[in-house]
Every structure is written in C-alpha cells, then in structure tokens.
Design a protein around this ligand. Structure first.
Ligand SMILES: Cc1cc2nc3c(=O)[nH]c(=O)nc-3n(C[C@H](O)[C@H](O)[C@H](O)COP(=O)(O)OP(=O)(O)OC[C@H]3O[C@@H](n4cnc5c(N)ncnc54)[C@H](O)[C@@H]3O)c2cc1C
Length: 343
C-alpha cells in the first residue's frame, strides 16, 4: 500500500484547502470503500483529508421550501433512522437498510455512498486490464464472466454497474446534490450526478476537481404512502443487488397521479425513464400497466453472455414493486417478506 499523509478538516473550507495541496489528495469519510481500494492499490492517494469532523449543524434540516437537507457527512445509519426521513421518505430508509451491514452503515456516510466505486470483479483485480482503472487497457467483462454487469447504458469500453442502494431511492425521489469546491457552490440534480461509461468509464460522476459533497436535498414530495424498495440478490443479506427497484406512487383513488421508478444493479448509474413514468400517469395501478411501463424501461436493454436473466428479472421486479407499493404495510420492519412466487 502506498504511503499517504493524513490531515483532518474541521470545516468545508479546511477540507477544500486540504485537497488543493496535492493533485493526489482525496477526501476520506467512513473509509469503508476507499480504504479497501487503497489497500488493493486500485486507488492511490498521497494525502487523505478526513471529513468526518467537518462541523455541520444540524445533520438534517427542514427547509422553508419544504425540502429536507441531509448532511453529506451524516452516516447512512443515522440517515435511515432519522425521524423525518422515516416519516416523510420511508423509501430512502428502506433502500439504505437494504444495503451492506449494520456495522458498515454505522461508518458509511451519505457523501461516500454516492461516490462508492463499482463492484466489477475485473476492476478489483489489478492483475486484469480494466478501462475504469486504467483507461485504454481493455474491458475483460465484455467477453468474460459478466453475470452481475450492466444491461442498460453500456459502452464498448465498460459494462460495470453502480452498486449503491441508497442512490436508487435518491434517483426516484429526485434529490439534488449540493457541492462546494474551489470555484464555489453548485447544485446538481441527481439524474445528472452520475455518468454513463461512454468513452470515459474512469469517470463515475460529474464532480469537478476538489469539489466536496456537502448535502443532499430531498424535494417536499416524499411519496410516504405508496412506495417500495425491492432488492433482488444472490443471498438475502449482505450482498449487492443483481436488480433493485425503487418505486413510488402518488395515488388518486385507483389511478396513479404520479409515478417514480428507478432501477439499480442494471447500469453505470441509477436508471430512470421519464416516458415510463408518464405512461403510468392517470392509469390504474394494475400489474398489466406496471408490466407495460417495465417494457418501456427495459427497451434497448442489451444482454451479455451471462446476464440475460437480468432483463426478465428487472421487468418482473417492477411489477412486484408496484404491487408492494400499494401495500407498504407488507414491507415494514417485522412484516412477512413478500413471497416471490411470480418472479
Ligand atoms: C462488505 C461491503 C458490503 C457493502 N454492501 C453494500 C450494499 O449492499 N449496498 C450499498 O449501497 N453499498 C454497500 N456497500 C458500500 C458502502 O455503502 C460504501 O462503502 C459506503 O457508502 C461509502 O461511504 P464512506 O463514507 O465509507 O466512503 P469512503 O470509503 O470514505 O469514500 C468513498 C469515496 O467517496 C469520497 N468521498 C467521501 N465523502 C465525500 C464527500 N463528502 N465529498 C466528496 N467526496 C467524498 C472519497 O474520496 C472516496 O472516493 C458495501 C461495502 C462493503 C465494504
């Protein structure tokens, strides 16, 4: 492991100053992803700027415009169990709690969650080429073991998926990411925060050099009545999603007034298709309508040798999540897990 200097920032300004001193400086928060990557020599840093002591108060702030502003330095556990998040944005709580383990969620922060790297096996194996790790070296996943890889938005350079659960819910909710850097502050809509691989798979997101994530703003509409986060994986805990669905509805009697659907585990970023959400608007919340929306979402999906099953799995998961969203009491803590007979 490459040696690095450690420095602790007590404010946003100190953090940005700390990162400016060296082009190979990085922020570290919970360290649950970055430290592993440094140990494997997949990432390299000369300086680590610890942002865990940046003073921000309060952790979660109800804004006058109805938005809820969450600190980027708050842990995933504190976020999931925050009374305002549980009450107004239960979809976000549910998605966070579907991820990792209690110990990791106690360390991991909101900012770090947005910037976690892919879990592609080839990316984690420095003995293999990888365009994401070493641009221009190749992508062995294309013709290799690609069971967990992407089916949407892929490129000939990279088919890795973004592994976060939390971000799938943030995409569905239409969150906004607040960042600050050497050139000032800006707000990035969640749909524009992460990138597709294209010709630059080494870039996961649209942050500029030195920028720090300071907060995540949740819009006033939290979809707290009808929502579901369905995560499908090889084992029922402590595993990354093969496919996940964050689905939220605002109902008007039997009809859908507004629908939000985001998929995880299928692309280089959380996947949302506004046309499919528009299709559901004004229609009844029936399995047939969810299936038609699923067809729109999966339009253009491309299977590789080992991951064709994901296309059908994603379609069925959307229908299932639609049913679950109509009965959120079936997926509250302590409730019987939904049966998977139709999946
Ligand atoms: C065994 C294991 C299982 C896991 N399972 C899941 C799972 O099922 N679902 C899931 O969603 N996640 C899972 N995770 C990933 C986990 O959620 C992430 O590791 C965690 O969210 C990263 O947060 P962190 O604060 O530890 O980030 P760090 O590791 O400290 O940092 C990650 C990256 O973010 C940057 N960074 C951190 N904070 C900021 C900031 N405020 N501004 C700018 N840059 C910043 C760092 O420079 C680094 O590049 C798992 C992790 C492990 C180790």
């Amino acid at each position: 492991m490459h040696n690095f200097f450690y420095t602790r920032a007590n404010s946003i300004e100190e953090a940005i100053d700390g990162i400016r001193v060296d082009s190979a400086a990085k922020y570290v928060a919970g360290g649950t992803n970055l430290i592993d990557l440094l140990k494997y020599n997949i990432e390299r840093a000369d300086v680590l700027v610890d942002v865990n002591h940046v003073e921000v108060f309060p952790d979660a702030e109800q804004m006058a415009d109805g938005c809820l502003r969450l600190s980027a330095f708050m842990t995933n556990a504190d976020t999931a169990y925050h009374p305002l998040v549980e009450k107004k944005y239960p979809l976000l709580s549910e998605a966070i709690l579907a991820g990792a383990s209690a110990q990791i969620r106690n360390m991991a922060t909101n900012g770090g969650n947005l910037l976690q790297r892919t879990r592609c096996y080839y990316f984690y194996d420095p003995a293999m080429p990888c365009n994401k790790r070493e641009p221009g070296s190749g992508c062995p996943a294309l013709n290799g073991y690609n069971r967990m890889m992407a089916i949407l938005g892929t490129s000939s350079e990279c088919i890795a998926v973004f592994p976060s659960d939390m971000c799938v819910a943030l995409a569905a909710l239409g969150a906004v990411v607040e960042v600050e850097g050497p050139s000032g502050q800006r707000h990035i809509p969640f749909s524009e925060f992460h990138r597709l691989p294209g010709r630059t798979p080494h870039l996961d997101n649209n942050l500029e050099a030195g920028e720090i994530i300071t907060a995540i703003c949740l819009p006033p509409e939290g979809f707290s009545r009808n929502y579901a986060y369905l995560k499908l994986r090889d084992r029922n805990s402590y595993a990354f999603a093969l496919v996940s669905v964050a689905l939220a509805l605002e109902m008007d009697g039997e009809c859908i007034r507004e629908a939000r659907i985001a998929l995880g585990g299928v692309a280089h970023k959380p996947w949302r298709v506004p046309d499919a959400e528009d299709f559901l608007q004004g229609r009844e919340a029936t399995p047939g309508n969810f299936a038609a929306a699923a067809d729109l979402i999966l339009q253009g999906a491309q299977a590789f040798e080992h991951n064709g099953f994901k296309i059908e799995l994603a379609k069925k998961a959307i229908v299932r999540a639609g049913k679950m969203a109509l009965h959120p009491e079936t997926h509250l803590p302590g409730a019987q897990p939904p049966s998977f007979e139709n999946l």
